[in-house]
Design a protein around this ligand. Structure first.
Ligand code: UDX
Length: 461
């Protein structure tokens, strides 16, 4: 009926141009936001390199516009994340600007209504979109793909450095960061970068974007305190509208093919018995870690579903041949897939625990289904998120030390079956209910979304 109403009024509301950063963990929340705003009547264009398009046949509501790489510079250090992001911004800036100019001209030709200019919603890592918006005098909004606590920690890094804490000495790594309880210095993202100076420059760019508001896929009841702190630091309206996949169900935006067979395998398992294991779309393992994981899982005696993404293990021979003995030992008790339908897996009644890298999407998907976690963060925001899962929300267990099969076996047993893990399991079930309330009519995310839609509408007048 909403669509009919809009057609009667002369079509959809203004066009929103969404500019995700081209990684799975960033594309997914941007397309979820697109689905939500499409359901509120906006027309949605996705601007992304063609090589990073998900299967567009799943997403008929969106117009996909390929961005062309305009950069002649060759980038050759894949480990230097800050330089990689900067290069990507340089590469796509011209193409994005051309696309927007074309849209504006077409719109003026068709509708003669200069008021209804497109609004850009971009990932902060695609910060050049902000410069383009400013240049064309278009409104812009930023969607942060991570948690409020992470964004806060990120913004506080330059101040911490000024206070003399950087470079972060190893001796301080277990100390609490001032203002950021319960984060320790070792949880801060700065540990993982090549040059602290480049990183701090990058933080300054990303935390000073001139945007009309900021959206986060988070929930008041999870991050109220961090949100209050963040609001003191940033002078823009902030909307928490998570978990977005529960506000409006979004179609799959996977870049890899999903293995559906894992669902029929789960159907044969008993309730809450399966450990689901996945480290997202970027994290990778060493050969030794793979072996420790495998035998930790085998020795735990729990059934498990394990996602081993192609290329995610640094090995000299094939992963399959390394796991021959292991596969023989576990038989039907475990299943390994290349890519799962993660949201469906976590919602399946057979799944009782999630061993995760604590990417923000995975964490929200787990918490939304009341699935307790084993946290093994790798990089970026994952250590901050892991700390919150264990110490604030208390729905997980932290795997602190290096990968070791005995430690893994103990963590799985504790999470899945032992009495000691009962409180964590109980807490996860409670948190699920709190999250459900937030997306229902009158809930915090539901209300925030209404306010956001109003703000976008006002911008068009
Ligand atoms: C990255 C960062 O690492 C993460 O910390 C940040 O918050 C977003 O960008 P990624 O590492 O891929 O993302 O992790 P995550 O945020 O958890 O996103 C992974 C997505 O892939 C999830 O939505 C998950 O459902 C999906 N997925 C993962 C699948 O659909 N199938 C799989 O088999 C594994």
């Amino acid at each position: 009926p909403r669509d009919r109403e809009m057609e009667e009024q002369g079509g959809r509301r203004r066009c929103l141009v969404l500019v995700p950063y081209p990684l799975q963990g960033h594309i997914t929340p941007m397309l979820q936001l697109g689905t939500i705003l499409h359901s509120r009547g906006f027309s949605i264009t996705i601007a992304l390199s063609q090589f990073d398009f998900p299967d567009t046949s799943n997403l008929p509501d969106f117009v996909f516009q390929p961005l062309l790489n305009d950069s002649l510079s060759k980038f050759n250090d894949p480990d230097d994340i800050v330089a990689l992001i900067s290069n990507l911004n340089l590469s796509y800036r011209v193409s994005l600007q051309e696309l927007l100019i074309e849209m504006i001209e077409k719109q003026q030709l068709e509708r003669q209504d200069p008021q209804e200019l497109p609004c850009i919603i971009y990932d902060p890592l695609m910060y050049s979109a902000e410069a383009v918006a400013h240049h064309l005098k278009l409104p812009s909004i930023v969607l942060h793909p991570s948690s409020v606590a992470f964004l806060l920690a990120f913004c506080v890094c330059p101040k911490i450095q000024k206070e003399g804490y950087t470079p972060f000495q190893v001796s301080k790594s277990l100390e609490l960061v001032p203002e950021l309880y319960p984060l320790r210095f070792k949880d801060l993202p700065v540990f993982d970068v090549k040059s602290v100076d480049d990183f701090l420059q990058f933080v300054t760019t990303v935390s000073n974007l001139r945007t009309s508001c900021m959206i986060l896929n988070s929930i008041d009841c999870l991050e109220q305190q961090s949100l209050a702190q963040l609001r003191q630091k940033l002078q823009v309206p902030i909307f928490l509208i998570g978990p977005m996949h529960k506000l409006v169900p979004a179609p799959s935006s996977s870049l890899l093919e999903e293995d559906r067979s894992c669902i029929s395998w789960l159907d044969k398992q008993t309730e809450n018995s399966v450990v689901y294991v996945s480290f997202g779309s970027i994290a990778s393992l060493e050969e030794k870690e793979l072996a420790e994981m495998a035998w930790g899982l085998a020795n735990s005696k729990q059934p498990f579903l394990w996602v081993l993404r192609p290329g995610s293990v640094h090995v000299s021979e094939s992963v399959d041949s390394l796991l021959d003995d292991f596969k023989e030992t576990i038989g039907e008790r475990g299943r390994i897939v290349k890519w799962a339908l993660q949201k469906e897996v976590l919602a399946h009644s057979a799944v009782g625990g999630f061993w995760s890298h604590c990417g923000w999407n995975s964490t929200l998907e787990s918490v939304s289904e009341g699935v307790p976690m084993i946290c093994r963060p790798f990089t970026a925001d994952q250590k901050v998120i892991g700390r919150y899962v264990n110490h604030v929300w208390r729905v997980g267990i932290e795997l602190e030390n290096v990968f070791e099969r005995g430690e893994i076996e103990r963590a799985i047993k504790l999470l899945m079956v032992e009495k000691e893990g009962e409180e964590i399991r109980q807490r996860a079930a409670e948190l699920k209910l709190e999250l459900q309330l937030s997306v229902q009519k009158g809930g915090s995310s539901y209300n925030s979304l209404n306010e956001l839609v109003e703000l976008i509408m006002l911008q068009s007048k």
